[in-house]
Design a protein around this ligand. Structure first.
Ligand code: NAI
Length: 347
């Protein structure tokens, strides 16, 4: 039952869709709905089963609400997942069908690129739906990588007192659209970057720009200053946390903790964690720039503010003897109450 699902957080809408003709199966979840349309990317994956897809869409849409309010934006969180990667010859039909599913929500949901979809896929869907975003002049993945870079700077300053990234060692897991660009930016700042991807073509491209490719199974465990998860979620779990040999974890992947209580276990190991919904807000900021016709300068300024946001989260976590993610969620909850005009209940 959805209402008892551990990841159900009073989501406003959850829609299930099946199109027998194209084979599309997809779920859209709207976590919060405020004055502007709810927004979040569209992911396409070979999920193990429908339960995994439902968990993903519920958690990802919730994370989008926090991402939005922590970045000072007004978009309620939402997300779409497509269950299964279609054969190449069926791909366009599936994407077209997905576009019409999105439109059936009457503009209450806007979506763009996420894992499994390329900018070309999203551009194609945009030909069939006015509700496809992130197709403006700023590529969301570039701004996401820029934001993660700002977050790494903030974490390195807080954790190591670092004033620059020169000489910093960073291990990037997942060298896709964001991870690959992040590696390039880090190398540009003088950091030593190692990394791994499950896809060898991504490893080859990263190697060509100077990334030291390490075995996939050890990317999280090699000694480094910063571990940057940029593949999929749940990378911080009971097995991986004891193996980490870094001072900070800062990456683009959403929902990095497999279970919420693992944040405290990571903190107990004196490893600083940057909440993903702050570090990876650049993509949403790119979308907000397009939707609000706010321009590139606005977007870059907004991304450069993410470091200061993280800094205040780290300070609040220390003052309240809690984890950065708990501190950030607490700030997010306050802002959501203000938006929804619900009086805060005294603890
Ligand atoms: P992508 O699909 O381009 O890259 C993901 C990469 O991870 C791929 O190269 C894939 O081969 C690799 N990968 C998958 N499973 C792996 C595994 N088990 N081990 C190692 N590598 C693995 O996706 P993108 O856009 O770069 O996103 C990366 C992460 O950042 C995702 O979690 C996404 O939700 C998140 N994110 C992306 C944003 C964007 O603007 N694209 C915005 C905010 C968050």
């Amino acid at each position: 039952m959805l209402y008892e699902h551990p990841d159900f957080d009073h989501h406003r809408e959850v829609h299930f869709h099946e199109d027998k003709q194209t084979g599309l199966k997809a779920i859209i979840a709207i976590h919060r709905a405020w004055s502007a349309p709810s927004t979040g990317g569209c992911r396409m994956r070979d999920y193990v089963d429908e339960a995994e897809a439902l968990r993903d869409v519920l958690r990802l849409s919730r994370g989008m609400s926090y991402k939005s309010v922590l970045a000072g934006l007004e978009y309620g969180g939402a997300k779409a997942v497509i269950l299964g990667v279609p054969r190449a010859e069926a791909r366009q039909a599936v994407l077209r069908s997905m576009a019409s599913f999105i439109d059936r929500l009457g503009g209450r949901f806007r979506t763009g690129v996420d894992v499994g979809l390329s900018p070309d896929d999203v551009g194609f869907m945009g030909q069939y739906s006015p509700n496809i975003v992130g197709t403006g002049s700023i590529a969301p993945e570039d701004l996401t990588a820029q934001g993660v870079l700002e977050a790494i700077k903030a974490a390195a300053a807080h954790r190591f007192g670092a004033v620059s990234l020169a000489g910093l060692t960073v291990s990037v897991l997942g060298l896709g659209k964001v991870g690959g660009r992040l590696a390039e930016l880090l190398i540009g700042e003088g950091a030593h970057v190692s990394g791994a991807d499950i896809d060898d073509s991504r490893n080859a491209a990263a190697r060509a720009i100077g990334v030291e490719i390490v075995p996939l199974t050890t990317a999280h465990a090699i000694p480094c200053d910063v571990f940057a998860p940029c593949a999929l979620g749940s990378v911080l779990n009971g097995a991986s946390i004891p193996e980490l040999r870094c001072g900070a974890v800062v990456g683009a992947a959403n929902n990095q903790f497999d279970r919420a209580e693992q944040a405290a276990i990571l903190a107990a190991r004196d490893i600083l964690h940057a909440p993903d919904f702050i570090a990876n807000a650049g993509g949403l900021i790119a979308v907000a720039a397009q939707l609000g016709a706010r321009g590139e300068a606005w977007a870059h300024d907004k991304v450069s503010e993410l470091g200061a946001t993280l800094h205040s989260v780290f300070q609040r976590a220390e003052a309240e003897k809690t984890t950065p993610i708990a501190a950030a969620e607490s700030i997010g909850n306050d802002r959501m109450r203000q938006i929804e005009d619900i009086p805060a209940v005294a603890a």
